[in-house]
Design a protein around this ligand. Structure first.
Ligand code: ADP
Ligand code: MG
Length: 252
């Protein structure tokens, strides 16, 4: 075995022991470049460390994306702003920068079916994963069902703690399914926990005045819940006809 290949094998062994997969993948190619261009040793070291950092950032992002459980990945570049009534492209691109997550602010996307609410919620969630934020997407009804099941199994505290670690919680389709009193209270508690501490996104086909129907007609609970959710919130009201329907009819 040549001295060079012995060194190579040792480097590979060390990268495994030190868990440096990005360095393992790049060190040989970069070494060739370094030799050809006569880089100082420090420059080579800088390059392999940068490659490791980039690879770590990538793998965290991919993991955050998996954990978010988006039903399908939607992005801002596939969103047609010209076809979206009530949606301001500048505002969405500002939100994509993620300061609202740090603040934290909530986001409420309200409007008729098919007007891009879920698409925007997912796309902004994807942007947040790129900033290494923990994101979780759930239909509001599914989340309430999970909370109820956890409560019955005496695992509510654990689920609540898990949810609190989520920096961007997306509750999709609030209003499609009505909750009973206990379900409504569990959702209320969740939003109270997150109030001014973690960002929440809600998409809904309902106007605020109609939310009370979702919470078994409980005015007091609905008002308190809306209060927490809307206090520091950006509200985007989408309008018009379903995007897909318009596409099908060739309305552009
Ligand atoms: P909503 O959640 O408001 O009911 P969706 O976001 O699910 O609507 O949109 C329905 C479908 O139409 C999705 O496939 C979505 O990607 C697409 N869509 C809606 N609005 C737009 C838009 N402005 N640009 C591109 N695709 C859109
Ligand atoms: Mg939707």
């Amino acid at each position: 075995m040549s001295a060079a290949s012995l060194t190579r094998d040792l480097v590979v062994t060390h990268t495994r022991a030190l868990k440096l997969p990005g360095l393992a993948r790049t060190f040989e190619g970069l070494a060739r470049q370094a030799r050809d261009a006569h880089w100082p040793h420090e420059d080579y070291l800088q390059e392999v460390l940068s490659a490791e950092l980039a690879s770590r950032h990538d793998s965290v992002m991919r993991q955050r994306l998996r954990e978010a459980r988006f039903p399908e990945v939607k992005t801002l570049d596939t969103f047609d702003f010209a076809a979206a009534e009530g949606v301001n492209a500048t505002q969405i691109h500002t939100l994509a920068r993620g300061e609202w997550v740090t603040a934290p602010q909530n986001l409420i996307l309200a409007g008729p079916i098919g007007t891009g609410k879920t698409h925007l919620a997912i796309a902004l969630g994807v942007e947040a994963t790129k900033q290494k934020r923990r994101v979780w997407f759930a239909r509001a009804a599914d989340l309430v069902r999970q909370l109820l099941e956890a409560r019955d199994a005496r695992e509510l505290t654990r689920l609540q703690q898990r949810l609190f670690r989520i920096e961007v919680l997306i509750l999709d389709e609030l209003g499609f399914v009505h909750f009973d009193r206990v379900g409504g209270e569990l959702l209320f508690n969740l939003l109270t926990d997150r109030y001014e501490r973690k960002a929440t996104v809600v998409t809904t086909n309902l106007a605020f005045a109609e939310w009370v129907t979702v919470f078994a007609g409980d005015e007091k609970l609905t008002t308190a819940l809306l209060d927490r959710l809307a206090h520091h919130a950006t509200v985007i009201t989408t309008k018009g006809k379903s995007y897909r329907m318009r596409k099908r009819r060739g309305e552009g």
